[in-house]
Design a binder for this molecule. Sequence first.
Ligand code: ADP
Ligand code: ADP
Length: 224
Amino acid sequence: MSELNLILLGPPGAGKGTQAERLVADFDLPYYATGDILRAAVKDGTELGRQAKEYMDRGDLVPDEVICGVIMERVDSDEARDGFLLDGFPRTVGQANVLERGLQALGRRLTAALLLDVPDDEVVRRLSGRRVCVKSGHLYHVEFDPPKHDDVCDQDGSRLIQRDDDKPETIRRRLDVYHEQTAPLIDYYEERGILRRFHGGRPPGEVHDHIRASLATLRLENEL
Ligand code: ADP
Ligand code: ADP
């Protein structure tokens, strides 16, 4: 079977984590989310966490040299030999170049860049209402996808929290950073012919159906 090397692109709050949860179940791919990796490092007080924390608190990106090695190590691991799903990486053209060259050196390339298009006002609404399970990272929204009981995870009964960077001032900063540093990747992957666009503003199940259909077609084409 052909490799499925995927990245998820889109502004903060576009639904990347929400779709990733579903795609991982569909395609049995190892999932690497740089935000999750960095938050865990901050919590565990590792060297990586120490280097990343001040940037994350401000809503800025951590420097490329801090994050690139961490991701390339995972992409080159045994479990990712048949494919992977990256969420939140690459986020700059510099990171995209590191990924492209790193894959090239392994005789591999990206299969598709999945872009979730969502307007800024919707992003603000989503991030302000996002709640996350402290234990499993399972995602909720106070309005669009509320838990059965306030602030309690449906799946494992753990507490739901609001991320520190999901506060209004930091949300604005993260959106600016997205438009300045990450949005140029849309053209980058379009030029390489691997960009796939989806209306991220649609309900989660619908977005998921579209992505799955697009990947099924892509796989067929790659196998022909
Ligand atoms: P990202 O990983 O891109 O930052 P998330 O998957 O964490 O985005 O989603 C951000 C918030 O929006 C979460 O609270 C999630 O429950 C909610 N959400 C995700 N997808 C949708 C959607 N299609 N419609 C409405 N709300 C959504
Ligand atoms: P969201 O999907 O809600 O934008 P993430 O969880 O992906 O947020 O990222 C949270 C924070 O972690 C970012 O604001 C940034 O500080 C840092 N971060 C995550 N991925 C990267 C990356 N590839 N490069 C630089 N910083 C990153």
